[in-house]
Design a protein. Structure first.
Length: 324
């Protein structure tokens, strides 16, 4: 039986998955001591062929690589649950298909387990070159997070006792926070393994990516519903009042326009312009000042506040919780 099972969810990213698999086959641990389980959230023929071909090649050296398809786009939480439930190891190691575990990753993670330790957090390195964009700067925050599923280890029995990840988190957002909050509320013990390093390169992003990411805000409502105290202490201490102020300014502008009140129209419009400009400048602080990026920040800063509030309130309704 393997000591540890590595679970990697994937979704139509064969090139990135190949890079991850290459790194996993370079671990400085005996091949029979671990297995790798690829859970394909797209049930993609190309991914299946890639994994099964790789499995045949590495089997001669004693490695175990398995492929599991899951319902199309059901989300990484469901994929990880399928993976650990099919695993044979007592320890479950999680990483993502766009990550590159260092050769000593598994050994360092396993070494941190002692009696009574429920989970171990590894270290994430996000390489940055030059002045980052707003998207790259946000992605780099992963390096300061603990117990994200790009690099963490859990006892299989702990996953079994808690039921694993909440599959209502259908996007890669907050499902790892939810799980670690659940364990913290159960007073579980944890450890860190700074030598268990996973490199997480920032993937290229399309123009205006921040607009499309706002949909994830609905899952903040679910996390708040389950862990209100920890959410306020660890995630967001208060509602995003600047966004609400921008919405109020927009509402005042619209009311002034419809009612014919020039005074209200001007007050609302000036307030909206100043608040939006302030938001734009905050995002440009410590980020790239290329013309393309400045234009992107201006456009997306207009769209984000109302869109983010929409998705927050949508989540509040969907998950039946009062959440601003």
């Amino acid at each position: 039986m393997p000591r540890v099972s590595v679970v990697v969810p994937t979704f139509e990213r064969s090139a990135l998955l190949t890079r991850c698999l290459d790194a996993l086959m370079m671990q400085d641990i005996a091949p029979h001591d671990f297995e790798v389980i690829i859970v394909d959230d797209a049930d993609d023929a190309e991914t299946r062929e890639l994994v099964e071909c790789c499995a045949q090649k590495v089997m001669v050296d004693g490695y175990t690589l398995r492929y599991l398809p899951v319902k199309y786009n059901h989300g990484p939480a469901a994929a990880r649950n399928m993976g650990w439930r099919a695993a044979q190891g007592e320890i479950i190691a999680f990483t993502d298909d766009d990550c590159i575990p260092c050769p000593g990753w598994l050994n360092a993670g396993l070494a941190a387990f002692e009696d009574g330790i429920a989970g171990v957090a590894g270290r994430i390195v996000v390489p940055m070159v030059g002045i980052p964009t707003d998207y790259e700067r946000n992605a780099a925050l992963l390096a300061s997070c603990e117990f994200v599923t790009a690099n963490c280890f859990y006892q299989r029995d702990v996953l079994k006792e808690t039921g694993g990840f909440d599959e209502r988190f259908t996007s890669a957002w907050r499902e790892d926070s939810d799980f670690i909050f659940t364990l913290q509320e159960r007073k579980c013990r944890f450890a860190s393994a700074p030598d268990a390093v996973v490199t997480h390169p920032v993937r290229p992003a399309r123009w205006g990516i921040s607009i499309f990411q706002q949909r994830k805000s609905m899952f903040n409502a679910l996390l708040y519903k389950k862990h209100p105290a920890l959410y306020r202490a660890r995630i967001q201490a208060a509602p995003p009042w600047p966004y609400y102020l921008i919405l109020c300014a927009l509402a005042a502008t619209l009311i002034g326009l419809l009612s014919g009140s020039i005074t209200l129209l001007l007050i609302g419009l000036v307030a909206w312009l100043l608040l939006t400009l302030r938001f734009t400048l905050q995002r440009l602080l410590h980020t790239s000042h290329t013309p393309r990026h400045i234009i992107e920040m201006l456009v997306t800063s207009i769209i984000i506040p109302p869109l983010a509030i929409y998705w927050r309130l949508y989540g509040a309704v969907k998950f039946h919780v009062f959440f601003l």
